[in-house]
Structures are given as structure tokens and as C-alpha cells.
Design a binder for this molecule. Structure first.
Ligand code: ADP
Length: 496
């Protein structure tokens, strides 16, 4: 038996034989069959059940088939009506079709004819249902899409950051309202043009285009770009590439954050530190001097305990004076002071002398210190020599300090693209990855079993970084615990 369970059929005929015959055949086809012997009874059944197909005799006492058909058409639009017409009554059949019958069956009909007509009707119902399902699904998808789009629009509009998206050819494809504010653009401006159309800062355009084409990544971690809109108004741009399925670059997503408050806070902090350091420097120097004098006088009378205590106090004031000098240095550099004088410096010469000067310290620890200069001619850099000496002196001293006895320190100078590159490499204690960003922050010191007893202020690297940044250079570090560290400084070569 076929399964047409979902199809309910109503047979309306005043002739019992026809009703019974239809019922048997249709049940055999797997349909659920309802029987009515008059039009009125049929319409009642139709009201109470979910009938899909009605087989209705045209000629019946009381309400005839055409009247039944007219009523069904008015109230049950989707029900298919197959009219059962008398022998050779073609006109009646045509009239029924005009009134909306789906098909007709002429009496007398064979079981096969009934099956063919009903099967055709069932197929039509199936197709109609399928089409309705698809339509519903499509409507649901469209509604979902619209909700999604509106959700994304709301997210973009309420983001606390500016957001800008570019494609591979550098066209801006999306900009949220805040990004237009940060870039000083009118809110009515439409997207679609090249990035230069929206951004006047060439450095920012180059940065975004570099990320869009993945040419900036080059295996290195991506950097951010800072720019100022006006005095006291700073924005940080963070661009990340959009990658296609095969990892190819397809553009960039750029977030813009207002960092003015952080910048102002930082400046105030620097000013405060500078002021306090300045105020402390003179009294501390006086205390240091006086301690030195007392110690000198005490030299004559040998009171060991007080001599020791005074000696320690003098040492501590000396460290404090050094720290204050460092803090004043940082404050100066952070407020844009690149140093007293700006001269051409040949780093190979300068670093050679620093290595020579510090060789004694390395020797005390039985360390080997080597200095390599590239074969090619090294162009000079323009900077304050005292400041540069402090940068490289600090890096080499650190390498000696944080490398155990008998270790090796390698210092090299060469050229990388348009920069002069200095590398200070040691095979000392090394550092865990989690410290590497933080060691350039003021006062950050790693205190583990190896370094706990090594003296320092945690200001050497911040000074070095502040100075290298002020010269538009770069400083970065690679390190592995137990294997050693490698600090690299890149400084732009003098073009003349
Ligand atoms: P200081 O040496 O005075 O503590 P720095 O700012 O020069 O301050 O260095 C910060 C920290 O970075 C150091 O305390 C040390 O833990 C770590 N560090 C610096 N250079 C090296 C190095 N070459 N090897 C291992 N650790 C280092």
C-alpha cells in the first residue's frame, strides 16, 4: 500500500456504490478517506477536518456539485476539487473547471482512472506545500539577514572605537561614525574611494596599505600607529590584515582609539616625576657629600660599626642619586628632548670604544666579549653622543650583568635596509616571554633566583627605548631562559 498519510480526501456522492468503491481504492493508496452522501454533509466534514482533496459528484439531490464547488472555492482556497460528472457531460465538466475545479472524472470510471486523477492532485499538493515551505524559508532567511545587518549596523554605530575596513586595492569599504569623527571627516561622507581621499596623514595611509597588502607583517608582530588630530588629541590606529581562505591578504581592519587621556596623564606623570626628582637631587647630593666627609674624618678613629653603617648609607644615597639622574634623563627624552647636541656619529667607532671600556667588567667575570663590524662602510647616525653612549653602554652592561661567569657577549654593527643595526647578544640567564614587553617599562625588574641579588634600578632599558624612539629608531629583544638574550637597535642612517 502506498503511503499518502498526510493527504485527507473527502468523497461526496449520493450513490453508495461510488462512495464505497472510491473509499476502498483511496484507502489502498494510503489516504485518509471521509465519506458524505450529500453536499451539505460534505461541507460540514470539510469544516471540521483538514481535507486536501474533495471528490464531488455534480448531480446530487439538494445541493448539487457545482454549488458545493462554489462554496468550497470561497472558503477553502487551497482544497483541490475533482468533479465527478455524468457520462459525456462535457459542458458540465467545462463549467466546473471554470468555477475552479482542479480536474474532473467522468462516470463510469475505472479504478485506474480514479488513481491517476487523485495521484496527479496529490502531486500538485506536494509541490504546492514544498513551494510554500521554500517561500517561508526564504522569508525567514531574508528576515534573519535583515536582523543581522541591523544588528551589525547597531554594533558598528555604538562601538566605543572608530572602525575602518579597506580592501586589497586600498579602497575604504566600511567606516563607522566614530572613525569619521577621529579622522575629522563629515558624517555624510560615503565610502568607496581610495584611502588617501579620507586620510591626510601619509604615514597612516602607508601603514594601513602596508597591512592591507601584508607587506608590513614579514613574520614580525604587527605594530600600531599613533597620530595626533590636534594639540592634546591623540589617536592610536591598530590595523590587522583580513585573510582569505588560503591565507592571502584581502585588506585590513583598522580600529581607532582615542588615547588623548592616557597621553595627557603620561605627560603629567613625567612632569611630576621630573619635578620631584629635581627637588630631591640637591638635598641628596648634600647628604652624600656630608657622609663622605664624616667617613673621611672617621677614618682616623676606627669605630668599625659606625664606619660600616655610614658606608652603607653613602652607598644607598649614591644609588638614589643615580636613580634620580636616570629619572631626569627619561623625563627629558619623553618631553621630546633628543639630547644636548646633534652630531654625526659613527656607531662602529663609538661602540668599539664602549666595548673596550667595559671589557674590564667582563674580564672580572671571566667572560668573553667580542665585537664584530660589518665589512661594508657603516653610515653615520645623527644623535647626541652622550645619550647614545648611555643606550649602548646600558645594553652591554646588562649583557655582562645578566650573564654568569665564563659567558660570552657578542656585539655587532651592520646595515639593515636604511638603518644601522646594533645587536648585543649574550648567552646568559635569558628571560621568559611574558617579561619581554614589560622590561621597557619604568622600574620593571625581573626578580628570580638568578637575578635577585643583581643591583639595578629598572630604568636603563626605559631610557634606552625612550631615546631610540625619539630618534625614530626601534629597539626589540629576543630571549630564552637559560640560553641568553639578544637586543637589537635600529637607528636611521644619516642620508647626506
Ligand atoms: P636594571 O638592569 O637596572 O634592572 P634595566 O631597565 O636595564 O634595569 O633592565 C630591566 C630588567 O630587564 C632587568 O632587571 C633584567 O631583569 C632584565 N634584563 C635586561 N637585560 C637583560 C639581559 N641581557 N639578560 C637578561 N635579563 C636582562
Amino acid at each position: 500500500m502506498e503511503t499518502n498519510n498526510a493527504i485527507d480526501i473527502l468523497v461526496i456522492d449520493d450513490e453508495k456504490d461510488i462512495r464505497d468503491g472510491c473509499e476502498r481504492i483511496l484507502q489502498h493508496m494510503g489516504c485518509k478517506v471521509f465519506i458524505a452522501e450529500s453536499g451539505k454533509a460534505g461541507l460540514e466534514i470539510l469544516e471540521q477536518n483538514k481535507i486536501s482533496i474533495v471528490l464531488c459528484d455534480i448531480k446530487m439531490p439538494g445541493m448539487d456539485g457545482l454549488e458545493v464547488l462554489t462554496r468550497i472555492r470561497k472558503t477553502h482556497e487551497s482544497v483541490l476539487v475533482i468533479m465527478i460528472t455524468g457520462f459525456s457531460k462535457v459542458e458540465t465538466a467545462i463549467e466546473a473547471m471554470k468555477k475552479g475545479a482542479y480536474d474532473f472524472l467522468s462516470k463510469p470510471f475505472t479504478p485506474d482512472q480514479l488513481r491517476i486523477n487523485v495521484t496527479r492532485a496529490i502531486e500538485k499538493i506536494r509541490l504546492t506545500r514544498q513551494a510554500e515551505c521554500l517561500k517561508l524559508e526564504q522569508q525567514r532567511n531574508l528576515a534573519d539577514l535583515e536582523t543581522e545587518q541591523s544588528r551589525i549596523r547597531t554594533i558598528l554605530e555604538t562601538l566605543p572605537n572608530g572602525l575602518l575596513v579597506t580592501n586589497l586595492s586600498g579602497q575604504v569599504v566600511l567606516m563607522n561614525p566614530l572613525s569619521k569623527t577621529y579622522l575629522g571627516l563629515s558624517q555624510d561622507l560615503c565610502v568607496g574611494k581610495k584611502i588617501e581621499h579620507y586620510i591626510a596623514d601619509k604615514g597612516l595611509c602607508d601603514y594601513i596599505m602596508g597591512v592591507s597588502r601584508c607587506s608590513l607583517t614579514d613574520g614580525k608582530p604587527l605594530e600600531n600607529y599613533e597620530f595626533s588630530l590636534s594639540e592634546e588629541r591623540y589617536v592610536l590606529a591598530r590595523a590587522r590584515p583580513i585573510e582569505g581562505e588560503d591565507g592571502e591578504c584581502m585588506g585590513a581592519v583598522v580600529t581607532l582609539s582615542d588615547i588623548s587621556a592616557i597621553k595627557v596623564f603620561d605627560r603629567l606623570k613625567t612632569e611630576f616625576v621630573a619635578k620631584v626628582s629635581h627637588e630631591l637631587r640637591s638635598p641628596l647630593s648634600v647628604i652624600h657629600e656630608q657622609l663622605a666627609m664624616v667617613l673621611k674624618a672617621n677614618d682616623l678613629d676606627t669605630s668599625d660599626a659606625s664606619q660600616y653603617i655610614l658606608g652603607r648609607a653613602k652607598e644607598k644615597t649614591k644609588s638614589l642619586i643615580t636613580m634620580i639622574a636616570d629619572l631626569l634623563d627619561i623625563s627629558k627624552i619623553e618631553t621630546g628632548n633628543k639630547g644636548q647636541v646633534q652630531v654625526k656619529i659613527h656607531l662602529d667607532d663609538m661602540i668599539g670604544k664602549i666595548v673596550e671600556f667595559l671589557a674590564g667588567k667582563a674580564k672580572d667575570k671571566q667572560q668573553t666579549i667580542r665585537f664584530n663590524i660589518a665589512a661594508e662602510k657603516i653610515s653615520p647616525v645623527v644623535a647626541d653622543p652622550i645619550a647614545l653612549e648611555s643606550v649602548f653602554g646600558n645594553l652591554i652592561e646588562n649583557a655582562i650583568k645578566y650573564t654568569p661567569e665564563k659567558g660570552t657577549i657578542l656585539v655587532s654593527v651592520d646595515t639593515k635596509d636604511t638603518d644601522i643595526r646594533v645587536i648585543v647578544k649574550d648567552n646568559g640567564f635569558g628571560m621568559e616571554q611574558r617579561h619581554l614587553d614589560k622590561i621597557f617599562e619604568k622600574f620593571y625588574r625581573i626578580k628570580d633566583d638568578d637575578t635577585r641579588f643583581i643591583n639595578g634600578t629598572g630604568l636603563g632599558l626605559p631610557i634606552a627605548k625612550a631615546f631610540v624612539d625619539a630618534l625614530n629608531g626601534k629597539i626589540f629583544v629576543k630571549s630564552e631562559v637559560g640560553k641568553g638574550s639578544e637586543f637589537t637597535v635600529l637607528l636611521p642612517a644619516d642620508k647626506d
